[in-house]
Design a protein around this ligand. Structure first.
Ligand code: HAM
Length: 418
């Protein structure tokens, strides 16, 4: 019997896996430079954290959670997203009593039992950032700018920012009621009718053409914002413009999680087909209270690492070849292997990227491996060299070869490669 990765999951293998690492670093770097500290929370949490935090009426909670009972009888769930966990950790550690805002970033695996398709997986990876404890439009704008800077640093040119405001607990109820009135008058199936009563905003996100056609005149949240939400949103928009970040107003932008208030946004890439969101986020001023914490406004985003890799590939941007080394060592015989092994270790300790030929291959096979490694230099050691106390240093691009005394190899190669 052989095994395969479970449905909806896959392995990132070299050389593509190199891009995964580059994406993770690049997406986190702007937040780190802006004072966000690293937080690492467990991959599973109490199930109630997500049902209350993400929301009982969301697809994530009703259909997509990996929930299991532990041997101790506790209901646990593999995290489908990171925000609820981060807010839980901030509350648990009492950080809200210290300096505000609390700025945190994270990176890791997330799990959703989704219908698997290109760009939508059951196990995926996100880089996220959250800022808690300040209701300041500059914080919303800061996060958006940091994400856009992350995408730009990877060379991506086709990421667009969609921006919306979902209002607050003052103005949302009236909008919700107006939307429900409108939706109830439409010709919709039973499941969608039920959704109108539980989570009418989600109906706006329905992708079916026959539903979309009926939604053209639906009331828009941006027409129902209270004065404070309108002013807040204007401020965010102004700050984005001032920072040179273009955005598109999308009053129909609905997110798949219930905790959002005011600012919401998504980063989409046009080269990805249906699963075009490479990242998303927004403000969640009520989340802390929803999970039993103090009043603690927050805003944040999560960027999809896997989809960002796909976006890079769609734009023809590939990372450097994986596992590239500077030097490749070729011992010809067992005595040569014994002597070259510590030399390889010394070269690596000197900061060079070095590999050697393994498995007692002949000269031809070993030199082929040296070429494949991408190394600039081969260090070759045969019996005659051992007697002479030297190694042959071969420049693999010009085929020039010189004998270098053993004691000088590290310095010579360091010099040539610097
Ligand atoms: P989300 O929109 O559910 O938001 O996910 C953020 C990003 O994660 C998506 O835009 C997408 O790139 C990636 N992603 C989500 N699901 C999948 C999947 N099944 N396969 C591949 N990639 C996926 C959140 O998770 C919120 N916690 C974001 C946030 C942080 N809001 C406030 N703070």
């Amino acid at each position: 019997m052989t095994f395969q990765a479970p449905k909806g999951t896959f392995d990132w293998m070299p050389p593509r896996s190199e891009t995964v690492l580059a994406v993770r670093d690049a997406l986190a770097a702007p937040a780190r430079r802006a004072g966000y500290g690293y937080v690492e929370t467990p991959a599973f949490e109490d199930t109630g954290l997500f049902s209350r935090g993400v929301g009982e009426s969301t697809d994530i909670v009703t259909k997509e959670m990996y929930t299991f009972t532990s041997r101790g009888g506790q209901s646990l769930t593999l995290r489908p997203e990171g925000t609820a966990s981060v807010v839980r950790a901030v509350i648990e550690h009492g950080l809200y009593g210290g300096p505000l805002p609390i700025k945190l970033w994270y990176s890791g695996s997330f799990f959703r039992y989704e219908r698997a398709q290109a760009g939508r997986y059951r196990h995926f990876s996100q880089v996220g950032a959250e800022a808690l404890g300040a209701e300041d439009p500059a914080l919303d704008a800061e996060l958006i700018v940091l994400a856009m800077d992350g995408y730009a640093s990877l060379g991506l040119r086709r990421v667009r920012l969609l921006l919306n405001s979902l209002g607050c607990k003052e103005c949302r109820p009236a909008y919700r009621a107006a939307l429900q009135d409108f939706l109830r008058a439409l010709d919709l199936d039973e499941a969608t009718r039920q959704r109108i009563e539980i989570n009418p905003l989600r109906v706006l996100d329905d992708k079916r053409p026959e539903v979309r056609a009926q939604l053209a005149d639906a009331p828009l949240v941006t027409d129902h914002l209270c004065g404070a939400c309108k002013a807040y949103h204007e401020e965010v928009r102004g700050l984005l413009t001032a920072a040179g970040v273009p955005y598109e107003d999308d009053p129909r932008l609905v997110r798949g999680l219930d905790y959002y208030t005011r600012t919401t946004f998504e980063f989409v890439h046009d080269g990805l087909g249906a699963q075009s969101a490479v990242g998303g986020g927004g403000r969640y001023d009520g989340l802390s209270e929803m999970i039993g914490g103090p009043q603690l406004p927050g805003v944040g985003w999560a960027l999809g690492v896997d989809r960002t890799v796909l976006a890079l590939e769609a734009e023809g941007l590939l990372a450097e070849r994986a596992g590239r080394v500077d030097v490749f060592a070729v011992p010809l015989g067992e005595e040569a292997r014994r002597r070259i092994f510590p030399l390889v270790a010394a070269l690596r300790r000197a900061g060079l990227a070095v590999d050697m030929s393994f498995g007692g291959r002949g000269v031809k096979g070993a030199m082929k491996a040296a070429d494949r490694s991408g190394a600039r230099y081969a260090v070759i050691l045969g019996d005659r060299d051992i007697e002479a106390g030297a190694v042959q240093v071969k420049d693999l691009t010009t085929a020039d070869q010189t004998a270098v005394p053993f004691a000088e190899v590290v310095d010579v190669l360091k010099g040539r490669l610097s």
